[in-house]
Design a protein around this ligand. Sequence first.
Ligand SMILES: *Cc1c(COP(=O)(O)O)cnc(C)c1O
Length: 438
Amino acid sequence: MKNNSKSMTFFAEAQQYIPGGVNSPVRAFRSVGLNPVYVKKGRGAVLVDEDGNEYIDYVGSWGPLILGHLHPEVTEAIRECLEMGTSFGAPTERETILARMIVEAMPSVEMVRLVNSGTEAAMSAARLARAYTGRNRIVKFEGCYHGHADMFLIKAGSGALTHGVPTSPGVPAETAAHTINAGFNDLEGLEGIFSAVGHDIAAVIVEPVPGNMGVVPPQPGFLRGLRNITEKYGALLIFDEVITGFRLSYGGAQELYGVMPDLTCLGKIIGGGLPVGAYGGRKEIMSMMSPSGPVYQAGTLSGNPLAVSAGIAALKVLGRPGVYEELDKKSSRLAVGLSRAAEEAGVQVRLNRAGSMLCGFFTDRGVVDFKTASTSDTKKYAVFFRSMLEQGIYLAPSQFEAAFVSLAHTDEMIDRTVEAAGKAFKAVAESRELGIGN
Ligand SMILES: *Cc1c(COP(=O)(O)O)cnc(C)c1O
């Protein structure tokens, strides 16, 4: 067993001062029944914990680190900026540079507003959509995540299409009444919702490739269908590309699938590892934002110089030829290896992949939405996760997250990961025989 005494000590101490010991829930490792790993440093695709253990990192800070840790160009940009000051609350030229890079990259974005997180981006895009349409309701898809604003912490009510239920105390029922949950990849269900209350739907918000219920690619025609239905009823289509923007391709999922949303939410990668979010879309819609229009949204640290500098440097690297082909090759090598390892161990795993986002679901059903994702055996995932961690592979501590491949992952690291997975799948097969799984 790895020595994890420092991580244990730090976590015990943290729990006295921070709720649950962490500043974002999934970091607590609860769903895999372990103590979280306290990270000391990262370099490339490798993490080193406080006890000196090394891991190949497939979390990548939950998506931002597509270049790996401490990419020299990103680090240099931050260092240069640091010498000039860390925050002014006044405009800087670099904000325009990042905004222009985003506009040039994303087919549907003509103007963009920078914020500090994906949560802020989605929340603000929804406010703008409501203001633009003069309507109240938002349609989201079960299993998609759009940050933690009240209006998104809503699940489908029992039977009733039109009444959501809060998934967290503190979210008013009145708020839940304005959010409708639809099934991902289910156009017919969405048609039903629109024919019932379409006149009051401001927007449909969707992760074009969901990465927060594991990875679930859209079926052919699904995104196009969203575009058609929203257009027909005068609702806006919001792509939450906080994960997929600059990951699936330079122009995001909208470029890859050829579907133009009205508004786009960004985050993660565009901050180069520092806190940034953004939302953008057609000029005509974005011009409604204050101060050019009446819709209010603001931020003391929005457009923060360090974060924007890091983002610009990251996008510059990603804009070079061959980057996404290389990511795809690495990711395919990993996916093929993992599938083969699972098969050899006799473990049923459905491997979903979109570009450099991967997820192996412990189920024998094809995973196309939240319901089918939920058929995964999370106990098996926990056994798999623990074995991988012990072998120095750092995966997301939950079945319902993506594994992210970065440009810093070498073929040698990927092969080492596949080899470790072979053992981990065997551990899963054996735990079933021991009756630990189910
Ligand atoms: C991470 C994420 C968010 C929230 O971003 P934060 O920066 O964590 O607030 C929103 N939408 C999607 C699709 C995400 O993956």
